[in-house]
Design a protein around this ligand. Structure first.
Ligand code: DC
Length: 222
């Protein structure tokens, strides 16, 4: 099913940091044989490119230029920036904080808008981020707001990093998640919140398989 203004259907999956939306979105795309956009990676790449070129994370004009001309390449499970593999580098907490800072700047968001839309191709696209449903693909045929409580998300992140739940490091991860949520929710441009027409999927008590199935079920029902 497509929309009147888009030749191919889009499933938009938005949600907070570490909610598992990336994994769910990638698996839904894989299941349907559709393209996948990890829009957060573009903000992370902008922050990393800025760091490499000594551009401050609040220098809106230079960042927008960088974002517009970002020499990126998304391969099978890898991300290249100017030919160098930065798959791991863009996942660091520091680059995540940089991404959150650059994502607040309207000119950066505008510079990345068309780049995100260019991911749409046949037979369809699953896009994950914060404003997929509200700004980038408002005509998405299915909109999901995927979330989980902050402690559950911190636990998931801790497990990925091999950190003990309840440790000082875990507390730091939880605080980082809460800080990022606060920043993403309260910024003036494209704040993180579900659109009125989104299905809210709370995965606090749901594993990845059931979360993917729920999204596929909703898609079947439209
Ligand atoms: O999803 P993520 O953690 O990789 O995103 C990194 C940062 O980028 C996050 O702080 C919010 C921002 N972001 C955004 O503002 N809009 C998007 N569509 C995707 C990410």
């Amino acid at each position: 099913m497509s929309s009147p203004i888009s030749p191919y259907p889009v499933i938009a999956i938005d949600g907070p940091s570490a909610s598992g939306k990336g994994t769910v979105a990638a698996r839904v795309a894989d299941h349907l044989g559709w393209a996948y956009l990890d829009s957060g990676a573009l903000y992370r790449l902008t922050a990393l490119a800025a760091q490499q070129q000594d551009v401050a994370w609040d220098d809106e004009v230079s960042l927008a230029l960088l974002a517009q001309h970002l020499p990126v390449c998304f391969g099978e499970g890898c991300v290249l920036l100017a030919g160098a593999d930065v798959t791991e580098a863009i996942r660091s907490e520091a680059v995540g904080m940089g991404a959150s800072a650059v994502a607040k700047l309207p000119a950066v968001r505008t510079a990345l808008l068309q780049r995100q839309r260019d991911f749409l191709k046949a037979p369809g696209l699953v896009a994950d981020g914060r404003d997929m449903a509200s700004v980038v693909f408002p005509y998405a045929v299915l909109k999901i707001f995927l979330t989980a409580s902050a402690p559950v998300r911190a636990e998931r992140r801790a497990k990925q990093l091999g950190v003990a739940v309840g440790s000082a490091e875990y507390t730091r991860i939880l605080q980082d998640i809460e800080k990022r949520d606060e920043a993403d929710r309260n910024r003036s441009v494209a704040p993180l919140k579900p659109t009125a027409d989104a299905h809210v999927l709370d995965t606090s008590n749901l594993d990845i398989l059931h979360s993917v199935q729920k999204v596929l079920d909703w898609y079947q029902q439209i």
